[in-house]
Design a protein around this ligand. Structure first.
Ligand SMILES: Cc1ncc(COP(=O)(O)O)c(C=O)c1O
Length: 376
């Protein structure tokens, strides 16, 4: 025995790796020394920089994407007994946000190409209790907003995965005027550790969200008057400072993500039956968030993920169908077969390692491992 740890055959390639550096460190240090850790000057500065970047009038920073969705739905007037039409192929928070207001998320199936809520299916799910439509820009690919806008109902956008995405008409995702929630969790295009922001064209919506994120305090910030029900959904100045520093280099980070995605596309092109994320079409542009492939039909996903792990490649099933989660089955009586496109996609989807600094060598290793595992 030499006492040396056993050599590892492969370094693990992680699923995600936040890209933070000296600029963020300096920004945080400045806040710590300023003595204004929350509700200080970085909050409006971050909001202004973010809204300017998207070409929209207003933004309200909040503690998470989920908090943003909750307040955006409240601002859209969603309440007790209402229905919100949304996608079953999303992170669970988009549907949960409706339930916070005692509304019912009503799912409709997805488009098999974009994996976003299908506007026709959504239209068919509308009833006289529907008060809002909540499209999700899944995996950063723009949902078909013009088609949803034609349905004439209030819209709340889940843009948590879609910073940097652009609609065919040139508007940024989150820049069309509807309240749109972005998330800044550590795996996102821009991260503040935890955090989120709601963009809106409506100054009244901004005022309401600003108040409700801060315990319902009146706009003059008087301590004594809380003129509505509110929450603590504030984002600290520490987080806002990180966000400002991240915004400065967002273009570079987005370009690196796009470069990694293009390399994956090339490296995985020859694997038979493997479906890659859809290419941009019709002028819509994805803001790259994750690289999710759909395994060939008949392939054992769990075994594939396990075999990849043995080769030092992290991956995970992403995303499970929301309506088939136990809480949703038990609460709303959902069953298999209701949304066949979503269920098929959800059963075959695997997220591969994806972050701006992924190297060409690591991409090759992931591709080689996946090829070997699938050809076994
Ligand atoms: C589609 C979608 N919606 C909502 C959320 C919730 O965001 P957060 O984790 O910041 O609350 C996320 C983030 O993970 C997401 O991917």
């Amino acid at each position: 025995m030499t006492g040396r740890p056993p050599a590892r055959l492969h370094e693990q390639i992680p699923l995600a790796q936040p890209l933070l550096g000296d600029a963020e460190e300096r920004a945080v240090r400045d806040v710590l020394r300023s003595g204004q850790l929350s509700l200080g000057p970085r909050l409006p500065a971050f909001e202004r920089a973010f809204s300017a970047r998207l070409g929209i009038g207003h933004a309200s920073a909040v503690s998470s994407g989920t908090a943003g969705l909750h307040l955006a739905l409240r601002a859209a007037g969603v309440s007790d007994g209402d229905e919100v039409v949304t996608s079953p192929f999303s992170f669970v928070a988009s549907a949960n946000a409706a339930i916070y207001e005692r509304a019912r998320p009503v799912f409709a199936d997805i488009d098999p190409r974009t994996l976003n809520l299908d506007p026709q299916a959504a239209a068919a799910a509308i009833t006289d209790r529907t008060t809002a439509i909540l499209p999700v820009h899944i995996f950063g690919y723009p949902a078909d907003l013009p088609a949803f806008e034609a349905l004439g109902l209030p819209i709340v956008e889940d843009a948590c995965e879609a910073l940097g995405a652009v609609h065919a008409d040139g508007t940024a995702v989150g820049g069309r005027g509807h309240p749109a929630a972005f998330g800044f969790y550590a795996n996102k295009q821009l991260t503040t550790g935890e955090g989120g922001i709601v963009t809106t064209a409506d100054a009244g919506v901004k005022a309401r969200i600003d108040s409700e994120r801060n315990q319902g305090r009146a706009p003059d910030m008087g301590w004594l008057d809380h003129d509505r029900l509110g929450f603590n959904y504030r984002l600290s100045d520490i987080a806002c400072a990180i966000g400002l520093a991240q915004l400065e280099r967002l273009d570079d980070m987005l370009a690196d993500r796009a470069r990694v995605a293009a390399s994956y596309r090339e490296a995985l092109a020859d694997i038979e039956g493997l479906e890659l994320p859809c290419e941009d079409a019709g002028g819509d542009r994805r803001g790259w968030f994750v690289f999710v492939v759909q395994l060939p039909r008949g392939c054992d996903r769990d075994a594939t993920i396990g075999a990849l792990r043995e080769q030092g490649v992290q991956s995970k099933p992403y995303l499970p169908a929301i309506h088939l989660m136990s809480f949703y089955r038990e609460t709303f009586g959902h069953r298999e077969g209701e949304f066949p496109i979503c269920e098929d996609v959800a059963a075959r989807s695997v997220a591969l390692p994806f972050f701006p600094e992924l190297t060409a060598g690591q991409i090759e290793r992931v591709a080689a491992a996946l090829r070997a595992v699938l050809h076994r």
